[in-house]
Design a binder for this molecule. Structure first.
Ligand SMILES: C[S@@+](CC[C@H](N)C(=O)[O-])C[C@H]1O[C@@H](n2cnc3c(N)ncnc32)[C@H](O)[C@@H]1O
Length: 317
């Protein structure tokens, strides 16, 4: 079946663990910062009734529409908001959400976004290189490929995609655009990547374009900056005892979560040997997952998107 706007498909990842850590219960208020198709949201909402509320954010209008129709039966207990979670402080203020019970981030893209050709998060179809999660933004992947220098492109491929052949791919892109014109379609980019990677290396590690496409997606959507800002602003909205749960699919995302949790769970930072604490720093968070949780084998086999998931959770002190 062709994937189009009408059929949003996405299976929620590690649903049981998300519910266990988030602890939704009647009357609680929870923000789902990455609503997607509303899979996690539907299961959370069932446990918030009566009198609880879930506010779901997404920067992708297709996702919001899909979630709104899926969750319409929850009436006023559900509110969908088109927003980027990097603005959580402002959103919290606008919606009067200063003391919430729970916050969920299920990062990255949904299966729908990956499968719907015109959104071009995937290298499978030959279409315009868009890659925006928020279709109202102006920066596309084609734009980055047209504007950035070979050094800047190589840095993106290396840092966000851990691409070993980053420099060769970036130089070939710049050469291509000088001689033949803009690299604006996914088919052109796949061809350039194939040409840049030596044949024996091309045969290892899955599709040769996978890492570059992922890197461009992260850069176009400023995914890591959004996470740094959104996580820290969102934690401020939690009431004492409130919980934050994050599902990350990339080691760079998980590093950001781990670092923020570690820093915010630290108390006094006075040098050792001080007779009394002078810094007055109190831990803001209690970490609930010393090590990240991973999906079980059965879930990874059933839902390949779950394979790279890592879940971390913390509680506001
Ligand atoms: C993995 S999907 C969420 C799936 C959802 N948990 C479910 O069960 O259906 C991630 C969603 O987050 C959205 N998203 C990613 N970054 C975002 C951001 N900075 N602000 C708002 N939404 C974002 C994407 O558009 C996508 O729909």
């Amino acid at each position: 079946m062709a994937v189009g706007r009408g059929n949003f498909r996405h299976t929620p990842v590690m649903l049981e663990a998300v519910l266990k850590f988030l602890q939704p219960a009647p009357g609680k208020i929870i923000i789902d910062a990455t609503l997607g198709g509303g899979g996690h949201a539907a299961a959370i909402l069932k446990q918030l009734l009566p009198a609880g509320k879930l506010v779901g954010l997404d920067c992708d209008l297709d996702a919001l529409q899909a979630a709104q129709s899926r969750l319409a039966s929850f009436g006023g207990a559900f509110q969908a908001v088109k927003a980027n979670f990097r603005d959580l402080a402002e959103i919290g203020q606008q919606l009067g959400l200063a003391a919430i019970d729970g916050l969920l981030f299920d990062l990255g893209v949904s299966s729908y976004q990956l499968d719907y050709p015109a959104r071009v998060f995937s290298y499978r179809d030959d279409v315009f290189l868009d890659m925006r999660m928020d279709q109202t933004l102006s920066q596309t992947a084609a734009g980055l490929l047209a504007e950035l220098s070979a050094e800047q492109l190589a840095k993106i491929f290396r840092t966000y995609g851990e691409e070993r052949w980053a420099r060769r791919i970036a130089s070939l892109i710049v050469k291509y655009r000088r001689i033949r014109g803009p690299v604006a379609r996914s088919g052109q980019l796949v061809e350039i990547i194939r040409e840049a990677i030596p044949a024996p290396a091309r045969r290892r590690g899955g599709h040769p374009a996978k890492r570059v496409f992922q890197a461009l997606r992260i850069a176009v959507n400023k995914e890591l900056d959004n996470l740094i800002n959104g996580l820290s602003q969102g934690i401020k909205l939690l009431k004492p005892g409130g919980r934050v749960v994050v599902l990350a699919y990339h080691s760079l995302e998980d590093e950001i979560v781990k670092k923020q949790f570690r820093e915010k769970s630290q108390g006094c930072i006075c040098p050792p040997g001080m007779p009394v604490c002078g810094c007055g720093k109190k831990p803001l968070l209690k970490i609930l997952t010393k090590k990240p949780f991973f999906p079980g084998e059965e879930e990874s086999a059933r839902n390949p998107r779950a394979k790279s998931a890592r879940l971390r959770a913390a509680e506001k002190s």
